[in-house]
Write a protein that binds this ligand. Structure first.
Ligand SMILES: Cc1cc2nc3c(=O)[nH]c(=O)nc-3n(C[C@H](O)[C@H](O)[C@H](O)COP(=O)(O)OP(=O)(O)OC[C@H]3O[C@@H](n4cnc5c(N)ncnc54)[C@H](O)[C@@H]3O)c2cc1C
Length: 459
C-alpha cells in the first residue's frame, strides 16, 4: 500500500496517543514508522501519571502510619529514603519503556529514536538529517510545562525535574492551581517537606466543581500546607543554599526549591508545521476536526498537542480511533461529555460530567444532592478530614449529569459511576441500586434530598 511513500503512516511522538495509534495501524497491516526523541511512553509513563501515582503511594504511607495508632498499632522508628524511591521508580519506568518498545516492534512498527520534523505534507526529516516520506502523518508530540516569565524563575523547576530531584528540600514552594500543582503539594508535604503553595487565582482546580477545589483547600490547610491565593512569585534569586522569592504581595519567601506547575503548552515549536501548512490556534495547539484531521488532508493530530482534553486515556482513544478509521475500516466517535477523571491530591478527587455551575447553564433546572461526612476510617484514626460527594441531576429528564467526590478511594469509585453516566443513568436508577455497606461509595446511591435551590442572584 505504501506505493511511492516509505510508509503508509508515520507517527511523530511515542507517547500515549502516538504509541497506541502506531500499534493499531501496524496490526491492521499498515507500514508504520514512529519517531520518539526522548523515551517511549511519553509524558504519562516518564514524567506524568505513572511516576506521579508511585509518588502518591509513597506519600500515603505517611498517613497510614499515623492513622494506624487509633487502631492499636505502635510503630517503631520510621525513616524515608527519597533516593530509594527514585531508584525504584526509575527501574519500573525503564521496564515500561521496554514494554512499549516490544509492543511497537510486535506490531511491525519501525522505531526511530530521534526527533522528527515536517519538511512538507508527506516528508519527515529525522534528527540525523535523513528524510522519509509517508502517505499519512500523525502528530502526537504532546505538551511541555509552561514557565513563568518573571525574572529569575528559570531557577525553579517544573514537574519534569521534580521526578528526578536528587534530594528532598526542607521547604518547597509549589506554584499553580491545577491538578499537577495540588498533587505535588500533597506528595511533598506527606514526605516531610514544608510546603508553601501559591496560586494567582482565588480557588483551586478551575474547571472542576467548585465544591471540590474549596474542600481540597480546606484539607490542605489542615495539613499545614501554607496555601496562599492571589499570590505569585514576581522575582526569584539564588541564595547560599536555596532560593529567595519576592512575592507579588511584597513579602519575601526563603525556600529550597520552587516548582512551577502553571500549565502546559503544546510542543509545536520548531516542528515544521508552517512548511506543511498545518494550522495552529493562538495557544500553539494543532487545530483538528471531529476526525482528528488537521487542515491538511493527510495530516492528523491527537492528544495533548490538540490541547482539548489533556488526559492519557483520551490521547489513547483518539490515536486508536484514527488508526482504526484509516487502516481498519472502522468508524467510532469518542464522547467528550462524560469523561471521568481524577486528581491524586490528598485526599484524592474524582469527577465525571458537568459541574453544578455548568449543568445549570446547559440544562437550566438541576437538582443537586450533596453529602459531607468524616470517613469511617477516621472515626478511630482521629484524622480531621471530610469526604464530600455530590450528584447533579437534570430535573427535566432525571438524568444524572455530574458526579463529584473528594475523599479516600474517589478515583476508584468514580470509574464505575462514569459507566453509569455514560449509559445515561437516571437518579431513579441510582436510587434503585443497592449500596455496598459499609462504604463511602454507597452514598452515591442513598442521596435522597436535593439541596434547596440557590438564592437568585441580582444581575
Ligand atoms: C505531572 C503530570 C501528571 C499527569 N497525570 C495524569 C493522570 O494522572 N492521568 C491522566 O490521564 N493524565 C495525566 N497527565 C497527562 C498525560 O500525561 C497526557 O495527557 C498524555 O501523556 C498525553 O499523551 P500524548 O500522546 O498526547 O503526548 P505525550 O505523552 O506527551 O507524548 C508525546 C511524545 O512526543 C515526543 N516528541 C515531541 N516532539 C517530538 C518530535 N518532534 N519528534 C519526536 N518525538 C517528539 C515527546 O518526547 C513525547 O514522548 C499528567 C501529566 C503530567 C505532566
Amino acid at each position: 500500500m505504501a506505493e511511492r511513500y516509505d510508509f503508509d503512516y508515520f507517527v511523530i511522538g511515542g507517547g500515549s496517543g502516538g504509541v497506541r495509534s502506531a500499534r493499531i495501524a501496524g496490526a491492521h497491516g499498515a507500514k508504520v514508522g514512529l519517531a520518539e526523541e526522548r523515551d517511549l511512553g511519553g509524558t504519562c509513563v516518564n514524567v506524568g501519571c505513572v511516576p506521579k501515582k508511585l509518588f502518591t503511594y509513597a506519600a500515603h504511607f505517611a498517613h497510614d502510619f499515623e492513622d494506624a495508632a487509633g487502631y492499636g498499632w505502635t510503630l517503631g522508628e520510621r525513616s524515608f529514603s527519597w533516593r530509594t524511591l527514585i531508584e525504584n521508580k526509575n527501574r519500573e519506568i525503564a521496564r515500561l519503556n521496554g514494554v512499549y518498545r516490544r509492543l511497537l516492534e510486535g506490531a511491525g512498527v519501525e522505531i526511530f529514536d530521534t526527533r522528527a520534523t515536517l519538511e512538507d505534507t508527506h516528508t519527515i526529516r529525522l534528527g540525523d538529517g535523513r528524510k522519509v516520506t509517508a502517505r499519512t502523518i500523525l502528530i502526537a508530540v504532546g505538551g511541555w510545562p509552561t514557565r513563568p516569565s518573571e525574572p529569575g524563575t528559570e531557577l525553579g523547576i517544573t514537574s519534569n525535574e521534580a521526578f528526578f530531584l536528587e534530594d528532598l528540600p526542607k521547604h518547597i514552594t509549589v506554584c499553580g492551581g491545577g491538578y499537577i500543582a495540588v498533587e505535588f503539594s500533597g506528595i511533598f508535604k506527606a514526605l516531610g517537606v514544608e510546603v508553601t503553595h501559591l496560586y494567582r487565582g482565588r480557588s483551586l482546580l478551575r474547571g472542576f466543581d467548585r465544591d471540590l477545589g474549596q474542600s481540597l483547600a480546606t484539607e490542605m490547610m489542615k495539613q499545614k500546607i501554607d496555601l496562599r491565593f492571589e499570590t505569585i512569585i514576581s522575582r526569584l534569586s539564588q541564595t547560599g543554599d536555596g532560593l529567595a522569592a519576592t512575592l507579588s504581595d511584597g513579602r519575601l519567601l526563603e525556600t529550597g526549591t520552587v516548582l512551577f506547575a502553571i500549565g502546559r503548552t503544546p510542543m509545536t515549536e520548531g516542528l515544521g508545521l508552517e512548511k506543511a501548512g498545518v494550522a495552529r490556534d493562538a495557544m500553539g495547539a494543532i487545530v483538528v476536526d471531529a476526525e482528528y484531521k488537521t487542515n491538511i488532508d493527510n495530516i492528523y493530530a491527537v492528544g495533548d498537542v490538540t490541547n482539548r482534553v489533556n488526559l492519557t486515556p483520551v490521547a489513547i482513544a483518539e490515536g486508536h480511533i484514527v488508526a482504526d478509521r484509516l487502516f481498519g475500516n472502522r468508524s467510532r466517535a469518542l464522547g467528550y461529555e462524560f469523561i471521568p477523571t481524577a486528581v491524586f491530591s490528598n485526599p484524592p478527587i474524582a469527577t465525571v460530567g458537568y459541574t453544578e455551575e455548568a449543568a445549570r447553564k446547559t440544562y437550566g433546572a438541576v437538582d443537586v444532592y450533596r453529602t459531607s461526612f468524616r470517613p469511617m476510617k477516621h472515626t478511630l484514626s482521629g484524622r480531621d478530614e471530610r469526604t464530600v460527594m455530590k450528584l447533579v441531576v437534570d430535573k427535566g429528564t432525571d438524568r444524572v449529569v455530574g458526579a463529584h467526590m473528594i475523599g479516600p478511594d474517589a478515583p476508584e469509585i468514580m470509574q464505575g459511576v462514569g459507566i453509569a453516566l455514560n449509559a445515561g443513568a437516571t437518579k431513579a436508577q441510582f436510587d434503585a441500586t443497592i449500596g455496598i455497606h459499609p462504604t463511602a461509595a454507597e452514598e452515591f446511591v442513598t442521596l435522597r434530598t436535593p439541596l434547596p435551590p440557590p438564592a437568585p442572584t441580582e444581575d
